[in-house]
Design a protein around this ligand. Sequence first.
Ligand code: ZN
Length: 309
Amino acid sequence: MEKLIKGLHHVTSMAADAKENNQFFTQALGLRRVKKTVNFDAPEVYHLYYGDEVGTPGSVMTYFPLGRMPRGKRGVGEVGVTEFAVPKGTLDFWQEHLAEKSVIGLKADSFLGENRMEFDGPDGESFALVEADPEGRTAWTGDGIGSGEAILGLHGARFRLRDAAATGELLQFMGYEKEDTAGSVIRYRIDGGNAARTVDLEELPDARHANQGAGSVHHIAFAVEDRVAQLEVREALMDTGYQVTPVIDRDYFWAIYFRTPGGVLFEIATNEPGFDRDEDTAHLGEALKLPERYRPCRDQIEKRLPEIA
Ligand code: ZN
């Protein structure tokens, strides 16, 4: 499947409170909510998408806010850190801005040549801002964050695994190359795609397994250009012995899913058709959008969903 994978497409996590989640991503992080819809398998739960101005594939973080839900317990077998790209030289701005928004866990460091700052999300999830100058992203500005500072989508992700070997092999099969190592972390990188191109595998042989809950990453999605490429990837994975779901229509992309040897759920998502397929770019994410099968029940669905502004 050489050259079919184009980096990350999105990362999807679980949250407790929808309003808090929406406020954090739109106000503290200054991302644009590019889609307000429901979980296609459970329409009483929102599916909120946050990204750059147009929700460029590779820029998007998505959430299922499940209401009262216990926090996940950190461990191996999951995506431990989700990383966003910010322009070079802006970490001082972000340190001040996030502190002002009462964000906790701020910790600046440098890792494998990158300046980064870790911080916690509202459900205890681990994020990092990484100084990079990613191409192909359009900044979303407002609320005290200018275009010179705005988050420019995803940069990469760090998995925590008991044994990194099989996942590393899978990444290489998907077109990633081993780039570097530091301590217990091996960095994989893919070129020729979008700017969300690194995956770090942190090997923790003695750590306990993660328990999924609020703040846990539910799955991580990799991008392919279109449905033709997706079918090719699906076939290659199945030939290698992976159990891959049929292609599922997610309205804004087409998706397939499979569980990886380290425990992380992978998705392969198409760059087509994109988040502007049912809304004007000027009004992305404002109205509640429902997949066709739930449209007859719009009133009941709207009544059950919390107000998030
Ligand atoms: Zn997904």
